[in-house]
Design a binder for this molecule. Sequence first.
Ligand code: FPP
Length: 236
Amino acid sequence: MGNTERIPTHIAIIMDGNGRWAKALGKERYEGHLEGVNSVRECIKAARRNGVKYLTLYAFSTENWGRPIEEVNALMELFCKSVIAETPELIKQGVKVVMIGRRDRFSERVCSHLQQIEHDTAAGEDLTLVLAFDYSSRDEITTAVKSIAQKVASGQMALEDISEHTIAQSLYTASIPDPDFIIRTSGECRLSNFLLWQASYAEMYFTPVMWPDFKQEQFDKALEAYASRERRYGKL
Ligand code: FPP
């Protein structure tokens, strides 16, 4: 028996391989990121066309701050430019953008662009695009544990009231359903600190295709693979 819910409600993607794609073509790493933006645009279209309701993209991990400063700055610039350029089309397509991750380490300029796009697209009802910026799962869980501990210490919450639900509600993804399907491009087969709590029952899809080559056709191919999976959630 195949999967009865053939289209995943929530797809999360680890966009990987921009640098290797560029290197293989004798280009600068930055050009890989630039083509990666086109893949983002294509995947948003494909997600809408297929009726996916949530699309989460791992755009910048907490570990990415460790890259050379020139690359970090170039990525920040690219995020700002993309956010400004894409907002009108996202609004037209009914896409609501929400951010997950830390907010305290970006420049004021980057923060204001991120806030602006969340604000401007808030009425979108077709697809929620979740952008993971300065995100890591361990950081998210640590923040959640601190906030719960604080509530218990101040008497706002009893120790025995801590449940899986309380924890889920303390994560950045509180209002977002768990991902059904996680895609990673570029041939790496690991989660790299991405949605560790939320991925408990997600189907995984690893493809050797580099992110700049992951366009609508690749997206559809991944969906075909999902449709053939059987999800049992620990049952028989
Ligand atoms: C991974 O490739 C990609 C990134 C760290 C950045 C992802 C950013 C984009 C696709 C650009 C635009 C995104 C948005 C949401 C506007 P890598 O650099 O790790 O590649 P490598 O492993 O081959 O070096």
